[in-house]
Design a protein around this ligand. Structure first.
Ligand code: FES
Length: 106
């Protein structure tokens, strides 16, 4: 688990892109106080999901408006059909930790 930011850095309904040293970026989501993490790059194209619109548990890609469930990574609406990876998130002492190698906030 790597410490990526403080809980207060990401407001409910907001997202944060985590730049990673040795792997593609990760998107962090705050859904009403519960944090989730997925691949940041859309499975349909080269878009950052952290730049998308988070509505409940669905993140809408900023390029073609396909959506994913941030809890499972499942593609919910077209043109997205391929699942994205999800990563465990832990909150401790006001900090957010993501289980992925070499992550740091963008
Ligand atoms: S790049 Fe994400 S829906 Fe097309």
């Amino acid at each position: 688990m790597l410490k990526v930011c403080q809980v207060d850095d990401v407001e409910p309904g907001d997202t944060l892109q985590l730049i990673c040293k040795d792997r593609p970026p990760i998107a962090l989501y705050n859904v009403d106080g519960t944090f989730f993490a997925t691949d940041d790059i859309c499975s349909h194209g080269d878009a950052s999901l952290a730049d998308g619109l988070l509505e409940d548990f669905a993140i809408e890609c900023p390029f073609h408006a396909g959506t994913f469930d941030v809890r499972t990574g499942e593609a919910l609406t077209r043109p997205c059909v391929h699942k994205i990876n999800t990563y465990p998130v832990k909150i401790e002492d006001g900090f957010v930790y993501v289980l992925a190698n070499e992550t740091a906030p963008a």
